[in-house]
Write a protein that binds this ligand. Structure first.
Ligand code: LFR
Length: 466
């Protein structure tokens, strides 16, 4: 029996604890704990409840002892950009805002007066999304400058949970890259940028690479859980973790990390911070082995999740796919990167409004709405891939879809049709798997990423659509 490694993978709508181990040359996963997540409205702002999340993190760890499978190490990954500020007693200062909160609306224009978008991109390589940490901090500086002044440390969400577990403060590289405050070429905090934005450089921590060990969990926690274990940094940004788990060899593919968001792109050694790349909305985020995840953020299944939620979460995602397929002739399309779908009060209405506004047939039934979303996503995938092919001057024959969205068979089919490429869907637990992979490389179970990906390829069911 091989050693166990624990991934805590927290997404915008749910979190899970997954144990991974090597058994007979294959990687075997076991989900031991699952919980809900979501932003909550507090004082008119969309916020996360970190206390509750940490309670779930601990409950899932206790589950390991209950089932007698003690992990050798663990690591946490979450979405990007969100952070906490800590005071001199390591208490959280102010609200724990979530990235869909609207307080950053319009802040981008103020930032552009300090530093032009072109130069900002040349430095950071990060696509302008007004939820990036940069804009969030600038909004805070405007509304609550005293909170920034009081702050002693900034930790991104996974950093914060790792700190609660070990007492160590670092900013993990892949997550830090999503802030839009890191220098893409130097992989370090862009001190000059921070100074020009008048942000307190002292709150940023040492940038730590995935694979680094933060040492053992705190003594009190080890006593509470009844066992000790090491915390090893995975790619704490979920997207980078998912990309590490792509079951591919060579470089002849584009990836889609499909979940709440669809992140579509390629891996590369050096960032492309050119003006063409900026205009095509590509972002250069940190990946495993100091590589760059070069991709576009596409709204993704958030639109389906929201519509489903508006129906009282009464139908399964598989049923939604079926309904959509019945309406495959429905021809209205929306731009899935449009801001109006970012955080609408009602997604169903936002889609109807978009169709009305653009003179298209308004979808009425669930089937029509889902058909419109899936077909629009597939179209956006095809356009984005064309953009990548133009900018890299090469073509790709395969698309690897990792993450829960890979279960949407109808969308996979549409993607194969719209792009003319072979779609390989799976593994669906890509993010947790990538998290575990980084830990297993650290402990020597895999010599490198290539070996890990070969094992992943052998271990999981991958569905191919032609
Ligand atoms: C996906 C993701 C994306 C990021 C978005 C917000 O879960 O991490 O990569 O752009 O969430 O942080």
């Amino acid at each position: 029996m091989g050693d166990y490694y624990l991934a805590v993978d927290i997404g915008a709508s749910s979190g899970r604890h997954i144990l991974g181990s090597l058994q007979g040359g294959k990687l075997v996963l076991e989900e031991i704990y699952r919980f809900e997540n979501g932003m909550v409205k507090r004082n008119g702002h969309l916020c996360w409840d970190y206390e509750k999340l940490f309670g779930h993190i601990k409950a899932g760890i206790r589950k390991c002892a209950q089932i007698g499978k003690i992990p050798k190490s663990m690591g946490i990954d979450t979405w990007g950009v969100d952070y906490v500020l800590l005071d001199d007693r390591d208490e959280i200062i102010g609200e724990t805002y979530g990235y869909r909160d609207r307080r950053t609306d319009g802040i981008d224009e103020e930032v552009a007066r300090i530093i032009g978008e072109r130069e900002l991109y040349q430095r950071t390589g990060i696509e302008k999304m007004t939820f990036n940490t940069l804009y969030q901090l600038m909004a805070l500086k405007k509304e609550h400058p005293e909170e920034l002044e009081q702050a002693k440390a900034l930790l991104f969400v996974p950093d914060y949970f790792h700190f609660l577990l070990t007492g160590k403060k670092v900013n993990e590289y892949t997550e830090a890259s999503t802030s839009q405050l890191m220098n893409a070429a130097g992989k370090c905090w862009d001190e000059d940028l921070l100074a020009r934005l008048e942000l307190p450089g002292g709150i940023f921590q040492r940038i730590a690479m995935p694979g680094e060990s933060l040492g053992k969990i705190r003594k009190e926690l080890a006593e509470e859980f009844g066992f000790d274990m090491e915390v090893v940094l995975p790619c704490t940004h979920d997207t980078a973790s998912a990309i590490l788990a792509i079951p591919a060899d060579g470089e002849d593919y584009v990836f889609i990390s499909s979940g709440t968001w669809s992140l579509l792109g390629i891996e590369r050694d050096e960032p492309d911070c050119s003006e063409v790349s900026r205009q095509n909305h590509f972002t250069n985020e940190g990946g495993f082995d100091s590589r760059i995840c070069y991709h576009r953020n596409i709204m993704g299944l958030w639109m389906i999740q929201s519509v489903r939620h508006e129906l009282g979460d009464s139908c399964s995602f598989a049923q939604i796919c079926e309904e959509a397929e019945k309406e495959k002739e429905f021809s209205s399309r929306v731009d899935v990167t449009d801001q109006s779908f970012m955080a609408p009060d009602n997604m169903t209405e936002a889609i109807k409004d978009y169709c009305k506004k653009t003179g298209q047939q308004v979808p009425e039934t669930l089937g029509e709405i889902a058909s419109c979303i899936y077909a629009s996503l597939a179209k956006c995938y095809a356009d984005t891939i064309r953009g990548i092919e133009v900018s890299t001057g090469r073509t790709y024959t395969r698309i690897h879809i990792v993450g829960g969205g890979g279960k949407a068979g109808y969308l996979n089919k549409l993607t194969a049709e719209a792009t003319g490429k072979e779609v390989h869907a799976g593994p669906t637990e890509g993010t947790a798997l990538g998290n575990i992979t980084a830990q297993m490389i650290r402990s020597g179970e895999f010599t490198d990423k290539t070996e890990a990906r070969n094992v992943i390829y052998r271990s999981f069911d991958i569905k191919v659509y032609r």
